[in-house]
Design a protein around this ligand. Structure first.
Ligand code: SF4
Length: 476
């Protein structure tokens, strides 16, 4: 077993790694007689992970791999894992277990694991001991070392583990393979997080916050527009603090204004936002920039100030509601969506009632709610938790029911109105239907030709399903 932390020559600089790209290509060509080498890459969790998965694909593509949709025919399988919730981890362990049979059928197959879950020492130790079919494990900070790790596996047949967290500099120009079919692209503008919300593992597995230089973001953004992407989502754990630590005079509002000036037909989304760093200046930028979607995903997490304090969120529901109030004054049709955790340690019925009250006051367009999931190593994992699982489930069901009613009314109010929709793909309502999202992130199904996928169309809403809309194209 080789631990790359002990290797003297390891570097994740791209120049250094390209030497291994050529070596891997030469080995694969010789060993497999120019057979098409297939790779299956699956990313769990958030869009940041999806974005990392696109870089992993980019590195595999320059080593000569093409991609397949399932692990069954693959010569290399990489699972890019998520540590945010326990059930995501359980799914990964289940899927790795299944790969044992693939490996028995094809002993030359390479199995790699990476991402946030692997960055945790106790998990990588478990993989080392209990999952011998896994050849490569690497953390979030050393993604670009993949060519070297594959080379070492091919030549030494020793297992490779590297979850070091020293290399936290931003590496630009990593090749990327994006799915072009839907015309939507992710563009990371920053990495890591400084906030240490007490329930969250992210700062431990992705390191401290660091922003990309604006010129690098602008260059990549322009190339995405030139490639025909129509919706570009700016990514970061907390995009609202973009620019801190850079030498240039920039913040997220200024970045939005600059990107909005780029020519072309596209729209801009962003995620995620921390309410403590969301400002009126940012809301003004959203209002003024015609290409920035009038949709703000602003995770409130709880409506109880006591729980927010325990979560280390550093805002109150009153501050939060002031932002909403200002935004709705500036942008009357702005859509708000949010995340809420129910059953945080020690949450009482009174705390939960505050959350219910808040969602009824704010009237979010939709809410992503979760029952609290304990994460080893976080501050909340050590907090006393006397709330029973039955009570947490009860809170959860009440929250779903309240939000369902709000959502139903919001969706119903869209009937008769027209929206610009970016066509995502085939719809759920039948084979002749397409689907897409409005600027405010609502799903709309409508009849249309598949050639419209990836294009903007205008849709008049004719019906509400309560969680999605149906309509008809009125021009394209
Ligand atoms: S802002 Fe809080 S919830 Fe978001 S990634 Fe950072 S620590 Fe986690």
């Amino acid at each position: 077993m080789t631990d790359c932390r002990d290797c003297k020559n390891v570097s994740d600089s791209l120049e250094f790694q390209y030497k291994y790209v050529d070596k891997v290509k030469a080995i694969l060509q010789k060993r497999y007689n120019d057979k098409t080498m297939l790779a299956h890459v699956h990313s769990y969790g958030c869009q940041q992970n999806v974005s990392d998965g696109e870089k992993i694909k980019g590195l595999l593509a320059i080593m000569g791999y093409t991609f397949c949709d399932t692990p069954d025919e693959a010569d290399i399988v990489i699972y890019n894992t998520c540590a945010v919730r326990e059930n995501a981890e359980d799914r990964v362990f289940g899927n790795i277990g299944e790969l044992k049979h693939n490996k028995e059928r094809n002993p030359e197959m390479i199995i790699g694991l990476c991402g946030c879950m692997m960055q945790q020492e106790h998990i990588s130790q478990k993989i080392k001991k209990s999952y011998p079919q896994v050849d490569i494990v690497f953390g979030t900070h050393v993604l670009t070392k993949l060519p070297q790790m594959i080379y070492n596996t091919l030549t030494s047949h020793k297992r490779q583990f590297d979850i070091s967290d020293k290399d936290t500099q931003i590496i630009e120009n990593i090749p990327v393979v994006r799915d072009k079919a839907s015309a939507k692209a992710n563009l990371p503008i920053m990495y890591g997080c400084n906030n240490f919300c007490t329930y969250c593992i992210v700062p431990y597995v992705r390191g401290r916050e660091r922003s990309r230089k604006s010129e690098d973001i602008i260059t990549e953004f322009k190339s995405l527009v030139d490639e025909g992407f129509k919706e570009i989502t700016l990514l970061g754990q907390n995009v609202n603090s973009y620019g801190k630590g850079l030498e240039e005079d920039i913040n997220f509002s200024k970045l939005l204004r600059t990107l909005n000036e780029i020519e072309g037909e596209f729209r801009i989304r962003f995620m995620s936002s921390h309410p403590k760093d969301a400002t009126f200046e940012l809301i003004d930028a959203i209002a003024d920039c015609d290409k920035v979607c009038k949709h703000f995903h602003l995770p409130i997490q709880s409506g109880s100030n006591r729980v927010l304090s325990l979560m280390n969120r550093k805002y109150t529901t009153e501050n939060y509601q002031k932002l909403i109030e200002y935004a709705r004054k500036r942008i009357p049709d702005i859509a708000f969506t949010s995340d809420i955790i129910v059953g945080f340690p020690s949450e009482t019925r009174e705390d939960f009632n505050e959350t219910l009250r808040t969602i009824k006051e704010v009237r979010f367009d939709s809410v992503f709610s979760f029952i609290y999931s304990k994460r080893v190593g976080t501050a909340a994992a050590d907090m006393e938790d006397l709330t029973s699982i039955d009570e947490k489930s009860e809170f959860f069901q009440e929250l779903l029911a309240a939000q369902k009613e709000i959502g139903r009314e919001k969706y119903q109010s869209c009937v008769g109105k027209s929206y610009q929709v970016l066509v995502d793909g085939e719809g759920r309502s039948g084979s002749e239907y397409l689907t897409g999202r409005t600027d405010g992130y609502m799903i709309v199904d409508f009849k249309g030709d598949k050639s419209l996928i990836g294009q903007f169309v205008t849709v008049k809403v004719t019906n509400s399903l309560g969680w999605a809309l149906q309509g008809e194209i009125i021009n394209n």
